[in-house]
Design a protein around this ligand. Structure first.
Ligand code: G6P
Length: 453
């Protein structure tokens, strides 16, 4: 994607997401260190180069004092970021509670928290109130920084209430909302006590986007079944207003990776890794330590593979980077102990004095180290013809796929890699953002035309 006329000013965009692309760490009364945040959303949105974008969100830290808030606002302004200051209780109820303990597992088909259903139901109302309050705080910051003609792009399940808050105050704002998780079948969505409010609020947006056509379809069915509205091929109709609903498959900034490969420090890293793991195949997993990533399932499948294929025991290593996330949520604490226990057991079982089969890292790596790792392993993607797709709940099937991948002839691997490479370098984050915003612009023009008619 290229702007047709490079002399045109870039379009102004207010990106609103729960987390800013940088997280703040306090160094002193009025000094802050900014670190790149982790997660798919941040990686995708770092590719918004074709827009004059400002980012509104939470800096991941509680800043109760004015001096700290002022200093942080100033430091973030240099990165074109605008903070929303959330107090500790709001973070607890809105982020840990409603977002990550209720919506996130439900949208990934894990249901409501198991051991705690009744108390979840009881605490539900206060968490939902905090959710609405937090969304209103984001809206207030957007209104403060909005200039006529700006497009506001809201992101993810944290901010489903935001389109409504924005439109209530100014119905002329162009609002898009994109979900970075699956949207579940309406049968699952209907388990949420606030199922109506969330859908109605999202429908206040002009354009609603999902990763896949299936998620978009689930959303439209939820609106027809739960709200009784009419679904059309373009989206959902609500009292004469059409909210456009569509799929926008996301990507990465592939150029950034390709350019990094030429840097001497990355080449050094690659050399080092090749020496360290000489004679062994390297399998790589890079994930946030989240239950939906299937990390324990993957490790158990690797154990089964080692069990069944003793000839591979000293010829393969699994490197798993598991970046800690949402560490205040009990489900994530449980997962962390579970993964450590399994890794310890497998390394104890199959390790030797000089080598262990699993290297598990509880932290993120810097971008260059990550590029080097991707370069020595290649990255697995759900890319149809270019990938071996597995059902992560079927440990035997995953173990068989590990064996198939490790034994695959080089020319076949090369062919599959080419397929993936083509896909990743053509379906980039720039392309994704450009398509979404251009469709959002069109939608508004259509809406204005309708009003004029
Ligand atoms: C997923 C979500 C993002 C979120 C990221 C990191 O990708 O869709 O919205 O930013 O996880 O999660 P965290 O809770 O650490 O911000």
């Amino acid at each position: 994607y290229e702007r047709q006329d490079q002399r045109l000013p870039k379009q102004r965009l207010l990106v609103v997401a729960n987390r800013l692309p940088v997280s703040a760490v306090r160094q002193g009364k009025d000094s802050w260190q900014l670190e790149i945040s982790v997660g798919g959303l941040v990686s995708a949105l770092l590719g918004l180069k074709e827009f004059d974008a400002r980012w509104i969100g939470w800096a991941g830290v509680n800043v109760p004092d004015e001096i700290g808030q002022e200093a942080l606002t100033k430091a973030l302004a240099e990165k074109k970021c605008i903070p929303v200051f959330l107090d500790e209780d709001t973070v607890h109820q809105y982020y840990n509670g409603y977002c990550n303990n209720i919506i996130w597992p439900l949208f990934h088909y894990l249901g409501l928290p198991q051991e705690d259903r009744l108390s979840t139901t009881r605490s539900f109302q206060s968490q939902f109130d905090a959710y609405k309050k937090a969304n209103q705080m984001f809206a207030d910051v957007v209104h403060e920084h909005y200039e006529e003609g700006d497009v506001v792009w809201c992101h993810d399940y944290h901010l489903m209430f935001l389109p409504k808050c924005l439109k209530e105050k100014n119905s002329n704002i162009k609002v898009g909302w994109f979900l970075h998780t699956p949207f579940p079948s309406s049968e699952i969505h209907r388990m949420l006590p606030s199922r109506r409010d969330l859908l109605e609020s999202v429908l206040a947006a002009d354009l609603v986007g999902f990763h896949t056509y299936d998620y978009a379809r689930h959303f439209v069915s939820a609106c027809t079944r739960i709200l009784g509205l009419e679904g059309t091929p373009e989206g959902v109709e609500n009292q004469g207003k059409l909210t456009r609903v569509a799929a926008f498959p996301i990507g990465i900034d592939s150029d950034r990776f390709i350019r990094a490969l030429e840097l001497p420090q990355v080449q050094d890293h690659i050399k080092e890794l090749k020496e360290r793991f000489a004679g062994r195949k390297v399998m790589l997993g890079v994930d946030r330590l989240d239950m939906i990533k299937g990390i324990p399932q993957k490790i158990l499948a690797f154990e089964e593979f080692l069990e069944e294929n003793p000839e591979w025991r000293d010829k393969v290593v699994l490197l798993q980077i598991a970046v800690p996330t949402r560490t205040d949520v009990p489900e994530y604490q449980k997962l962390s102990s579970q993964v450590h226990e399994i890794v310890g057991r497998i390394n104890g079982r199959f390790g030797t004095l000089t080598a262990v089969p699993i290297h598990h890292l509880d932290r993120s790596l810097d971008f260059h180290a990550l590029c080097a790792l991707y370069a020595v392993t290649g990255a697995a993607q759900s890319l149809g013809a270019g990938a071996l797709l597995v059902n992560p709940w079927n440990i035997a099937e995953v173990a068989a796929s590990i064996s198939q991948a490790l034994n695959m002839p080089a020319d076949e691997r090369e062919k599959m890699h080419q397929h993936n490479f083509m896909h990743v370098t053509t379906h980039t984050s720039q392309e994704w953002a450009a398509t979404f915003v251009s469709e959002l612009n069109d939608t508004i023009i259509e809406a204005q035309l309708r009003t004029r008619q």
